[in-house]
Design a binder for this molecule. Structure first.
Ligand code: SF4
Length: 429
């Protein structure tokens, strides 16, 4: 008999109930596709994203309140919401299907409690199931995962690197995602001190065959995907032999999808010819990260890109009147001041580019690893807020400049319980 298993994308506990699933999620579907190719009878239970296109999330509720960074000075707390389909649905699934193997994957370290909930429910309602556990969280926090998921088989990665290049099977999605993530390479040759990519993916680049990337995109396009987001950490590595080949193959196609880049476009490598080819292949939105215009911070963190390099790349982008250009601006780094952040925002806006704040979280294994409980290090709790970088100001930046995702109240029609996201609440005690 064929082996049977379910891969679970757990619910999340978050201070901001935004949906960030404008792009289909990938991790659990990658693993499910690998296992299906190996002949396993595999199913996916996705708490967070699979029902969104159908009827929105079923349940968003306040779970607890959490102190915001710099609490001692500002006395601010935020509500922490449960976001995902109601647990009852998962319990019913376990009782009906009795999966012999349950594979739980957790991406972000500050979301580990959602994975814990899925684990506890599995233990209680399907005690016979064997539980496997993986994802970036367990790779980065192996000991923490061993302590908190004692009966699970914890792995340091849900998928091996060659497996990450699998063509994801669209049949696992309840509806075809409107935007689909495309991973064409892993690794990054640099070692910025705030980034875990070198630890997670290695410094040596590994590539998927560029022609296979385009074949996969074509299949998905035929099945209804109309937009793709390239999510590589270092998309421009070995450009001539990799990304350029992808672009040239795409240009030859009679169809055009809407293409987006997602942070992996290093300004250092951007050339005019490359941008022209990107426009021809269908790119409409370019995310060109700057992080900060402060040269000292860039240098201290081993960042290979200067503000001048970013400006030079923007100049080239502006010669092509096609792209929407946005730039990540790092907000909340230890030692930053609110003036530093606004200086970068103004610098980016001054070039006619939309700044997108990227709120900082200290990732285990990086220079900023922090001993506080992982769940308190959610970027929207502003863990390094200070008198020079008040949480209230960071929140203002979030409200004003955040452009990703959609508020739940806009996507849940007729759901039973929707709480508005309020501002941080002043603690009177
Ligand atoms: S260049 Fe980007 S992916 Fe590479 S280490 Fe720096 S931040 Fe991480």
């Amino acid at each position: 008999m064929r082996k049977r298993a379910v891969v679970v994308n757990p619910p999340v506990f978050t201070p901001k109930p935004w949906s960030n699933v404008e792009c289909g999620s990938m991790g659990v579907y990658t693993y499910a596709s690998v296992l299906r190719n190996e002949g396993v009878n595999i199913d996916v239970f996705d708490f967070v994203s699979e029902r969104r296109e159908l009827d929105g999330w079923e349940d968003v509720r306040v779970e607890r309140v959490a102190k915001v960074g710099n609490y001692e000075s500002e006395r601010l707390r935020k509500r922490i919401y449960y976001v995902g389909v109601n647990e009852r649905r998962y319990i019913d699934y376990l009782k009906a299907c009795k999966p012999p193997i349950v594979i739980i994957s957790c991406l972000f370290t500050f979301y580990w409690q959602g994975a814990k909930l899925a684990y506890d429910l599995t233990r209680e309602y399907s005690p016979e199931s064997e539980i496997w556990f993986g994802g970036n969280y367990s790779t980065l926090c192996y000991e923490h995962a061993l302590d908190n998921f004692p009966e699970a088989r914890v792995s340091v990665s849900a998928t091996t690197i060659p497996d990450r290049f699998v063509d994801i099977n669209l049949g696992f999605y309840k509806v075809i995602p409107r935007m689909f993530p495309i991973l064409t390479s892993v690794g990054c040759a640099f070692s910025c001190k705030w980034c875990a990519v070198p630890f997670l993916e290695g410094n040596k680049m590994q590539f998927k065959d560029p022609r296979k990337v385009v074949e996969d995109m074509e299949t998905k396009y035929r099945l209804g995907v109309r937009s793709f987001r390239f999510i590589d950490s270092h998309l421009l590595a070995d450009y001539e032999n990799h990304f350029k080949v992808i672009l040239e193959e795409l240009v030859k196609k009679p169809w055009r999808a809407e293409l987006h880049s997602y942070g992996g476009l290093n300004p250092l490598y951007v050339t005019q010819g490359m941008l022209e080819l990107m426009a021809e292949a269908g790119f409409v939105r370019i995310q060109l990260p700057i992080e900060t215009s402060d040269e000292k911070t860039l240098k201290d963190n081993n960042r290979p890109v200067s503000a001048g390099m970013w400006e030079a790349a923007i100049k080239k982008l502006k010669r092509i009147n096609r792209f929407q250009v946005v730039s990540y601006v790092l907000a909340g780094l230890p030692g930053q001041t609110i003036e530093d952040i606004y200086r970068t925002i103004n610098f980016v806006e001054g070039h006619g580019v939309t700044p997108v704040p990227l709120f900082f979280t200290p990732i285990p294994t990086t220079r900023y690893e922090d001993p506080r409980p992982l769940e308190d290090l959610h970027p929207y709790l502003f863990p390094f807020a200070s008198d020079d970088m008040p949480a209230l100001e960071l929140e203002r930046i979030q409200e004003k400049y955040y452009t990703g995702g959609v508020h739940v109240s806009e996507i849940i029609k007729g759901s039973k319980t929707v709480y508005e996201s309020g501002p941080a609440i002043k603690d009177k005690s």
